[in-house]
Design a protein around this ligand. Sequence first.
Ligand SMILES: [Zn+2]
Length: 237
Amino acid sequence: MSKSLILSVFLVFLAGSVFACVDPYNPNDVTIGNCQANDITNYRITDNLPVLTPSDLSASELAIHEANMNYTLNLSKSMNRKFVATIYDANNNLMCSGVNTGKPNMISHGEIVAINNCSALYNTTVFTNMTLYTTGEPCAMCASALLWADFKTVVYGTANKRLYCQTCMSNIPIDSSYIMGRYYGLRNRAPRLIGGVLQSLTDAWFTSYCDKPNSIYYMQPQCACQSSTPTTAPTTA
Ligand SMILES: [Zn+2]
């Protein structure tokens, strides 16, 4: 190897050492807190909020949630509107409800309407210790609103993944558990998030838009699909 080639390799190595990209945010060694003026800043990395399911609950708690979800679903059916939310206080008294009618605009989701109805009725600004029920999982907007409103517990029937991936319903493809896992920006405790309550009934209530491409609710989903049908070993003759 010539001297010039050795020198070139050395210079390339030296340049690589000087200009190597150093990751400024290694969660293993950064200090989490209030950054100084000259710090490079980033948010704390956090996990999504675990979603409790009916099997995680005691029989007595599940009975309460199923009764309230059943009321919410029946209200939804009586109004012939898919997305309905109800709010119960800490003593399990029904406070108010909200129906997504698409009026006056597209952000009038059941959860938002229910919050506004409660505020109008009771002059309530925060919902600490209250529980919200919704036929369909809160979207990213509503999950954020529920955090801002400080709900203690959020209960839903059908998950966003099913509504978006299997029924072609337009939505921002973000799980509510992703939003709610970032609760630390607003408060010191996470809400309880319970999914799949009376899911078989709420699933049946949501119709598919996959064959209605002209509907304003339709969107061709982009999902990672996996067959739930177990593969069987090929039989040999
Ligand atoms: Zn929403």
